[in-house]
Design a protein around this ligand. Structure first.
Ligand code: PAF
Length: 283
């Protein structure tokens, strides 16, 4: 495994593989790797000749300075895990290696056709511009045949798919299922910031999402939303930022179960200062 920090080194390292028509898989990450990432990474390793993982805490997708400052970072530990996972290339740049001063000064603009006006996009203005900015750069540098993303970031997967269509990238997007702790808590780098007690509190999020399935036949989407938010907020230490029941493709809210055949419940909850997201397929 090699760890590279500069764009040209990554391009040079991949050039000969590309000439040999080898398939290249990419897992973009912000590091602090956990079992959720590792499931993507193992799949990338299995399905491609060359496996590349990027480790980069992308400043342009954080709209909260405190969140960026406290985001866990540990390249040494991540590199060990990636070596065990038999990854070929780790791309671990610094912001100045991928962004010009101009990039950092002016927000990247992308037309999301409304996908950014709901849920994470609404709560974190500019977040998805930063995601598209870095992922499009990574796709241009690595030119992967396949790229792997976790379904915990459900809206991110929809945004990346739109980006691929709009920017004509020749890459297959592989969405991978959410990996959960035994308690049901969705694996996340942010879980490292939770105390033991908070982890127990946070495990109620998925328990309640699952329980909501049994209420679904007797409730409208609006009633199920109210029930879910009330249940989560009743738990010690948890506060819902939003819970939305949406069409899984357009991410627009539904008002009747007949509005869509693919329905997702997407939630963001604060556990203390830690912002956690999760989702469940409702239909
Ligand atoms: O999902 C993430 O960790 C990030 O949003 C990504 C895709 C690596 C872009 O920085």
């Amino acid at each position: 495994m090699i760890i590279l920090h500069h764009i040209d080194d990554v391009r040079n390292a991949l050039e000969s593989y590309r000439k040999q028509n080898k398939t290249i898989g990419l897992v973009p990450t912000m590091g602090a790797l956990h079992e959720g990432h590792l499931s993507l990474i193992r799949r990338c390793r299995e399905e491609n000749d060359i496996a590349v993982v990027s480790v980069f805490v992308n400043p342009t997708q954080f709209n909260n300075k405190q969140d960026l400052a406290t985001y866990p970072r540990n390249l040494e530990k991540d590199a060990k895990l990636l070596d065990w996972a038999d990854i070929d290339i780790v791309f671990a740049p610094q912001p100045e290696d991928v962004y010009t001063a101009e990039d950092m000064a002016h927000p990247f603009a992308f037309d999301f056709h409304g996908l950014d006006e709901v849920m994470e996009g609404k709560q974190r203005p500019g977040h998805f511009n930063g995601v598209v900015q870095i992922v499009s750069k990574l796709f241009e540098i690595v030119e992967p045949s396949r790229a792997y993303f976790g379904m915990k970031d459900f809206q991110q997967v929809a945004v990346i798919r739109l980006m691929v269509r709009e920017m004509n990238f020749h890459v297959e997007i592989i969405p991978c299922p959410i990996v959960r702790e035994e308690s049901g808590l969705a694996r996340s780098s942010r879980n490292q910031l939770l105390t033991k007690e908070q982890k127990e509190q946070a495990s109620n999020i998925y328990r309640i999402l699952r329980e909501s399935l049994s209420h679904l036949p007797n409730c409208s989407p609006a009633q199920l939303t109210d029930w879910t938010v009330t249940q989560i907020n009743a738990q010690d230490g948890l506060e819902v930022e939003y819970y939305e029941i949406v069409d899984g493709d357009t991410l627009q809210k539904i008002s009747s179960w007949d509005d869509s055949s693919y329905v997702m419940g997407c939630v963001t909850v604060y556990c203390g200062q830690v912002r956690l997201i999760d989702n469940i397929r409702l239909k």
